[in-house]
Design a binder for this molecule. Structure first.
Ligand code: ZN
Length: 216
């Protein structure tokens, strides 16, 4: 296991650049050397150095992955049709994939190899445990605290509320009686959470992955 080096006074100050909003999943590029993610399009071709570690090396991978982009497109199509129940369910699925991705990247930055990361993810399947136990164990602070520091104080609460509504909707049973748990307005709330989740992911990445143990 590698040591954590946070916060690092020796790092140059940096400010995460978000990708512009385009009505689809945002497009970011990742430095293969330090893991830094930026929305600056000039970073794509490798002609410009990483704003964080200054490396020119390697192919810059795009983020989010094609799998997430495809799911994002489907969600936006359902949203246009006003199908708020599907939107809420799919956004919750996408957010869980995004969370799994960031936890995997943080473990990787800590030096955990693939079999270990896979084992942790296989045994820690509950989202509450991933947020409440795994995240603080890796980052040394609560998810809520990290989100607040990065400017997304309401995100964890709104996400939890929506998970609970989704669960109540999906696990509705004849014993409880039918419940209108997913209000139409929740489709818009889910879309807001979706857009925020990409930005928060990039900020968490730049703080806990790029600013972590990768040496420039
Ligand atoms: Zn870099």
């Amino acid at each position: 296991m590698s040591k954590k080096r946070r916060p690092s006074a020796s790092r140059p100050p940096h400010r995460t650049v978000f990708a512009p909003e385009t009505g689809e999943a945002p497009k970011y590029w990742e430095c293969p050397v330090c893991g830094y993610i930026t929305g600056q399009p000039e970073f794509e071709d490798g002609q410009n150095p990483c704003p964080f570690c200054k490396a020119h090396d390697g192919e810059r991978r795009s983020y989010p992955t094609e799998r997430i982009r495809r799911l994002d497109r489907q969600i936006r199509a359902y949203h246009l049709e006003g199908d708020h129940e599907i939107v809420v369910i799919l956004v919750m699925a996408l957010l869980e994939a995004v969370l799994e991705d960031i936890l995997d990247r943080i473990m990787d930055a800590h030096g955990a190899d693939l079999p270990l990361r896979r084992m942790v993810m296989d045994t820690q399947r509950a989202i509450g445990t991933r947020i409440g136990k795994l995240f603080p164990a890796l980052c040394g602070e609560e998810f809520e605290e990290a989100a607040a520091e990065l400017g997304y104080r309401d995100f964890p609460y709104r996400w939890r509320q929506m998970r609970e509504a989704r669960n109540a909707f999906i696990h509705d049973s004849p014993f409880n009686g039918a419940k209108e748990t997913l209000q139409p307005s929740m489709g818009n709330d889910a879309m807001e959470l979706l857009d925020q989740s990409y930005r928060l992911f990039v900020l968490l990445n730049n703080r806990f992955v790029a600013d972590g143990i990768h040496e420039a």
